[in-house]
Write a protein that binds this ligand. Structure first.
Ligand code: NAI
Length: 325
């Protein structure tokens, strides 16, 4: 029996994400929380003939009931980007929203796996971690920044370029989740040997700034929602599967390195040249308690090495900002 709560469930990501979660036989209770419109979304989804029960909860008064005893909490609550904005510009509004949701989670579902989608992920994950520490319920193996959309985009864009089925292209994307902190490791993907350096740099940039294509095309109406719902559901359901069935899946996700192996931590230090980065996205093997194992970065090209160095400074700043908040 698995209770999954979506916070921000009435939003652009929240609605299609909830639809995808409703289709999973592994979910027994889908709890939808938002400050608006969840009764309608819940009523609508509840007519789908899968076994999970759907409940809608609206407003802070109903947050405890929404979150209580959740096994997984997915958070796509908050404002999205408009053209010209960076993810960091969202900090002012989203930091407070994420902090308040994390506080409720720490009180009413301290063992839940926390999947953080709200941007800027580089800073919102440290915020959740600090809230859990404050309530003495912190387990770094259970808190994840959802960077899956970067991996999904990498598969698509690289697949187009090398003429492979994107579903079969596996590219680790490490670091963080904004601009230059997004580090796709093309050199580790079979089939990319035939690409020119110019092609590699172009597709790397496209993966790093892929979100901007959507923000621009939506022209003020928000950022990626449908592809994010797909990515978020994939990640959350992999977490559920690992917990319930013991299926061991590897997903790149942004975590506190306190949950990583000494080998993985050493590889981050070596690749970035920094000794004190606290959070980083790594390939993570999921298990019954969340992070079961972390894989080291592996061999990287000289070009990728320059990307790691560029990412490190920005990432450290983002982490410090979140932790201080
Ligand atoms: P949206 O504006 O369509 O939906 C956000 C929802 O959050 C709204 O329904 C709103 O009522 C709700 N909300 C606001 N304050 C809340 C609170 N205190 N408690 C609960 N719910 C609250 O935005 P969208 O497009 O769904 O994006 C949501 C977030 O996801 C943004 O921060 C966006 O930047 C981020 N995002 C993250 C991605 C990733 O790869 N991690 C990719 C795309 C977006």
């Amino acid at each position: 029996m698995v209770k999954v709560t979506v916070c921000g469930a009435a939003g652009g990501i929240g609605q299609p994400l909830s639809l995808l979660l409703k289709q999973s036989p592994l979910v027994s209770h889908l709890s939808l929380y938002d400050i608006v419109n969840t009764p309608g979304v819940a009523a609508d989804l509840s007519h789908i003939n899968t076994k999970s029960k759907v409940t809608g909860h609206v407003g802070a008064d109903q947050l405890e009931e929404a979150i209580k005893d959740s096994d997984v909490i997915v958070i796509p609550a908050g404002v999205p980007r408009k053209p010209g904005m960076t993810r960091d510009d969202l900090f002012k509004i989203n930091a407070g929203i994420v902090r308040d949701l994390a506080t409720a989670a720490a009180k009413f579902a301290p063992k839940a796996f926390m999947c953080i989608i709200s941007n800027p992920v580089n800073s919102t994950v440290p915020i959740v971690a600090e809230v859990f520490k404050k309530h003495n319920v912190y387990d770094p193996r259970r808190i994840f920044g959802v960077t899956t959309l970067d991996i999904v985009r990498a598969s698509t864009f690289i697949g187009e370029l090398i003429g492979a089925d994107p579903a079969d292209v596996k590219c680790n994307v490490l670091g963080g989740h904004s601009g230059v902190t997004i580090l796709p490791l093309l050199s580790q993907v079979p089939g990319t040997e035939k690409l020119t350096q110019e092609q590699i740099e172009k597709v790397t940039n496209r993966i790093q700034f892929g979100g901007d294509e959507v923000v621009k095309a939506k022209d003020g109406a928000g950022s990626a929602t449908l592809s994010m719902a797909f990515a978020g559901a994939r990640f959350a359901l992999n977490v559920v599967e690992a917990a319930v069935k013991g299926t061991s899946t590897i997903e790149c996700t942004y975590i506190d390195l306190a949950a990583a192996t000494p080998e993985a931590i050493a590889s981050v230090k070596e690749a970035t040249g920094e000794q004190d980065i606290a959070y980083f996205s790594l390939p993570v093997e999921l298990g019954p308690d969340g992070v079961k194992n972390t894989l080291p970065i592996g061999a990287i090209s000289d070009y990728e090495k320059t990307l790691f160095t560029a990412a490190a400074t920005e990432l450290k700043g983002n982490i410090a900002k979140g932790a201080a908040f």
